[in-house]
Design a protein around this ligand. Sequence first.
Ligand code: UDP
Ligand code: MG
Length: 319
Amino acid sequence: MIPILYIVIPCYNEEEVLPVTSGMFLEELETLIEKGKISGESRILFVDDGSKDKTWSIIGGLSEKDSHFVGISLSRNRGHQNAVLAGLMDSMDKCDITVSVDCDGQDDITAIEKMVDEYINGSQVVYGVRSRRDNDTFFKRFTAESFYKLLGVMGAEVVYNHADYRLISARVLKELAEFGEVNLYLRGLIPLVGFKSSTVSYERRERIAGKSHYSLSKMAALALDGITSLSVKPLRLITSLGIIISIISFIGTIWAVAAHFSGATVAGWASLTCIVCFLGGIQLISLGVIGEYIGKIYMEVKHRPRYIIAERTDEKDSH
Ligand code: UDP
Ligand code: MG
C-alpha cells in the first residue's frame, strides 16, 4: 500500500519565506507522488502559530491555488513545539506518515524521500540528523552541542544533532497523543514512545529569508524545559550536594569545637563569612531548581489545552 504523507510545517511570522519555500515543498511532494512513493492524497499542512504578519493569508492563498496545500491556524502564538504537535495531532487520522520540518528552507527537503524509504523498510520513526553545522555561527553551534551533552548527562535520551525534522508514523502518533504533558519537548518525548527508529542525515543550510525566532533566551528556555521535563536528575544532584556539604559541615563543626577547647580560637570572621555565603548560595540554587519543578507541576495539573485551532483552510466554505 502506498502511504499518505502529511508534511507538517510550523510557521510564525514567515511572510518573507513562505512564498519561496512553499513552491519547493510542493515540487518535492509532487516528485514523490510521481515516483509512486507516496499517495496522491498526501498534503502539505501549514500550522500558523498565531503569526502577526501576512502568513495566514499567504497560506489561505496557497490552499486555494493547489489542493495539496492545507493549513490550520492556532488561536495565538504557542511556540514551535506546540505548533508542531498541533499539526501532527491534526493530521494523525488522515495519513499514514508525517514529516515535520521548518518552513525556512534550512533543512534539505530531499531527505524526505530517504525518510519515506526508511519507513518502507520498517522504521516507525526516522530522525533527521544534521551532517554538519558549518552554516551556524560558532556561538549557535557551541551552545547547541553543549546542550545535547548536558541533556545526555542529565539522563534525557535525545538523538545527537537532531532538531525537529523527522518522520513519524500515524501509529506512533496515536501513542504520542496519550502523553498529556503541557511542558512539551518533542525531541525527548518521541524516543520515549519507542518503536523501531532510524536516522537519515541531511545538510542544514542558511535560512532563505527572514530571521531566526530562537533568541538566546528562547534557546535557554527550551534547554531548561528539555531537562526539567525529561529528567529528575537535578533534584537528585541537590540531594547528593546536600549530603556532601553536611559531611563537610560535620567535620568542620568538630574542628571548630576542638579548636575552641584547645584555646586556639581566633577571630574567625573570614571563615565564617565564607561558609555563610557558600551555604546561602547553595540553598538558593537548590530552592530555584526545586521551584522550577514545582512550577512545572503547577502547569501540568492545570491540564490546559496545549493549542487551540481557530481556523482551517479546508473548512472555509462552512463558515
Ligand atoms: N516557529 C513557530 N512558533 C514560534 C517560533 C518559531 O512555529 O513561536 C517556527 C518557525 O516559523 C520555523 C520553525 O519554528 O518554521 C523554526 O524556527 P526558526 O527557524 O526561527 O528557528 P531556528 O531554525 O533558528 O532554530
Ligand atoms: Mg530555522
